[in-house]
Design a binder for this molecule. Structure first.
Ligand code: BG6
Ligand code: MG
Length: 221
């Protein structure tokens, strides 16, 4: 009797499940400009997958600014308050194309599904767009001490799913995330541009380009 193999599929959140990069951009831009620092979309690209603390450190270094630690904490909180105003308006319509089809297929195939995100707002966002129940495990910025490209977030995800890292597959839009998946000895699938995500085992522009047949072949492998 053939038995379906159970693999662990670990999804990044921002830029993979929902397009929140635009909201991070708006909130960081307003904050940077209030400090007299220019902030471009190209710089925002460099913040993808990067923790909130590290993002502010980078912005301050781009502006050659040093600030006391209390001010640093105040600015991080301020950025998050603005970010949450955008998140509060989010609906199901902001789930990226074909994410729901992929999640449903994996569920039908009895696969283990986890979230592996740097965001401390991950659970709230998943609840907002109605996808929270689709995940068997959630690892986010509240659970890890080492940021991507460290593999901690994905290794913890595998552990929570009870699946060996070598049987896990990671979907990521950020180079730091692909590096983290590779360091965890997992299969890495980049969602985005092949130029940026060249270190991944596979790259697709989006989930629409990633078929159920491809997923079935990974499960059967
Ligand atoms: C990552 C985003 O998923 O989460 C980064 O790509 C963001 O841009 C990071 O800085 C932390 O998110 P949050 O929601 O905790 O500020
Ligand atoms: Mg991301």
């Amino acid at each position: 009797m053939s038995q379906t193999k159970r693999k662990g599929f670990i999804f990044d959140l921002d830029g993979v499940i929902v397009d929140t990069a635009k909201y991070h951009f708006l909130a960081w831009k307003n904050l940077a400009e209030s400090l007299g620092i220019d902030f471009t979309e190209a710089q925002n690209e460099q913040l993808k997958g990067v923790s909130r603390v590290r993002s502010l450190e980078k912005i301050l270094s781009w502006g050659n600014k040093e600030i006391p630690s209390e001010e640093f904490d105040r600015l991080m909180a301020k950025k998050n308050v603005e970010y949450l105003l955008y998140i509060d308006q989010m609906t199901k319509a902001e789930i990226l194309p074909d994410v729901e089809r992929v999640l449903s297929f994996l569920e039908e195939q009895n696969q283990a599904i986890a979230l592996g995100s740097a965001s401390k707002n991950a659970q709230m966002i998943l609840e907002k767009v109605g996808l929270y129940d689709k995940f068997h495990a959630l690892v986010d910025g509240n659970n890890v001490s080492k940021a991507k490209p460290d593999p901690e977030v994905f290794l913890l995800g595998a552990e929570k799913l009870g699946v060996a890292p070598s049987n896990c597959i990671v979907f990521e839009d950020a180079i730091a995330g692909i590096q983290a998946a590779n360091a965890a000895q997992m299969m890495s699938i980049g969602i985005g541009s092949p130029e940026v995500l060249g270190e991944a085992n596979y790259v697709f522009n989006n989930f629409t380009d990633l078929s159920n047949e491809f997923l079935a072949s990974i499960i059967a492998d």
